[in-house]
Structures are given as structure tokens and as C-alpha cells.
Write a protein that binds this ligand. Sequence first.
Ligand code: ASP
Length: 350
Amino acid sequence: MRYRTLPLFLLISLTLSAQNPNLPRVIILGTGGTIAGSGTSSSRAGYTAGKIPVEDLIGGIPAIKEYASVSGEQISSVGSQDMTIAIWQKLDKRINEIIASKEADGIVITHGTDTQEETAFFLNLTVRSSEIPVVLTGSMRPATAISADGPKNLFDAILVAADPKSRGRGVLALFDENILDGRDMIKVNTTKVGAFAALNTGPVGQVYDAKVVYYLHNDRSDLRTPFDLSKVTTMPRVEIVYLYADSPADVIDFWIGKKVDGLVLAGVGNGNMNAATMEAVKRAVAAGIKVVRSTRIPAGRVVLEDEVDDKALGTIASDDHNPQKARILLMLGLTQTKDTAKLQEYFLTY
Ligand code: ASP
């Protein structure tokens, strides 16, 4: 851009904001996703995820210069269907570095929506402090689409990350003007822009007209956990088994044969299972595999010792964690202990 061609008032305000030491510093960590997606035409939803670099995403919201001093780093360039534990570890390492060195006042992660709830929960359990807010965001429409939602989501997410009111709340996410808690957020729509919700609790706050407002504090989100990834080299293997009417048990025997460390049941109702599954779960527990009862139902919770006798079966109840979040907590829990009672305590605490 040639500054000479800019109106004087704009030049002055750009220069002032760039030099204003009072503006909060926000680092954007790009991972890919639709927010960085590029399509072939504005009227088509199809696109390639993760193509646009983070600097260009920032360039798309010039007005942010009035609110924050923003810089970007690329961590990965993947659609979040290709998110991996290795990328989570890289993100976690960089975030903990930024926190330790106080390089920024807030961090935003741009991320695909498909597995965003998993990354949010993983980081909520592993980031060592929430004094520097960490906020995930993404978009449902690629940058090339009519009414792309990415620029507004990114703008609002930066405001949330820069706002001191966001401290001490754990990892957050910003979508469609809602501030969601990273522990509770889930994707609830496959294509619409309002794709995220926290069905048991609701959003903790809102952003509107560049103002961040909070209504709720989630007491389960900003807790010091024992999960320190700097000491972990290989993550325990935990898999998910989906249950339905007349579902067969042989998939559980398959995982027993693979010697996995843990299994999460996407059970029916209150973490329930049919008789054949129950017998297979007994075989898994006898083989030393930790089994968590979660549910395929998107709201409510799985209650310990309710319809299923967890003590007799040797199972762990997931509380309100859906199967994909329960998998993360069991993986991290298993980095600390193999004691079923202790693992159950994690599920009732975090
Ligand atoms: N498949 C994309 C992803 O998760 C969808 C999106 O970002 O909305 O990266």
C-alpha cells in the first residue's frame, strides 16, 4: 500500500494505532480451516480449507488496528478434519511459551470448525494459565463466499482475547457473536453460520458493536489441571465405540485385540448399553482397558451409578462430556494415573 495515496486522517490514525503502546498485543495462531479457505466462485460453498495465510486474514479486517496490535504465526494449514494430536502438542507448546514470556496479552487461534470443540477442550486442560486469554474462532463460509463470516468472527475473537474481562475463564471460542466456553462448546450444525452452542449451559458472553459483555462464569473451566504435556512423549491410545439398537459387541473385542489404553462408549441415553456390549465391556476392563460411559445424546449428562452399576462393571461415567471430549480427558488422565477412582474424579472435576 502506498501511504501517499491515503487520506491524511486515515494515515494519521493508522500510524497512531500502530505505534500506540497502550493497545493490547494479540498473537493469532493460524491452523487452517474454512476461515482460511478459498473457493472457486462467490456463490459456491465448496472450497479448499487452510489455503489463506494468517497475515492475509488479519489484512481482511483493517479496523482491528484501532483495538489491538495484532501479529500472526502459522502453526499448520489443515482442514480440522485432519487435526492431529501432534498439532495439538505444537499449539500447546507455543501457547505455553507465549504465556511464559508474556509476548502477548491475548491469543487467538483460527481453526476449522469440524473438530474445534476437541482442540478447545484439549487446550483448556493443558494450557498452564488463563491470565492470557486464548480464544478459538473459525468460519462456516470460505473467504471467497458472499457474506463470509470469517472476518467478523476473527474481529470479534481478537476483541475477546484483548479484553481483560476474558482472563481467568479458561479457553474460549467466539462464533456468530457468541462467546462460548471451550469446555462446553459443541458443533451443532453442519453448514449454518451459527454452528456452535453449549447446550447444557449457553454462551458465557456476547460481542456486539465491538463491545465484549459477559453474563456467566463456568466454574469447571478455569481449574489448574495436572496435565503437563512438556513431560509427555506418547499419548495413550483411546478409541470411541458408537452404540445403537442391536449394536454388535465385536468392535469392542477388536479394540481389546489392539491393546488400546482406553475406550469411550458413545452410549444410548444415560450412557447405557445393550447386554452384549456389557459383556464385552467386562472383557475390556478385565484386560486392563479403562472404559468411560459417555452418550450419543448432545445434552444432559451421564450419571455415575444410576442406571448402570459402574462399581460392579468397573466403568467411569463421563458426566457431561460428549464422546470426543471424554476421549481427550481419558487420554490426558491416563498420562497421570491408571487408577479408575482417580480417573473418575477427573471426570467429575474438569
Ligand atoms: N472442514 C472444515 C474444517 O473443519 C470445516 C470448517 O472449517 O468449517 O476445517
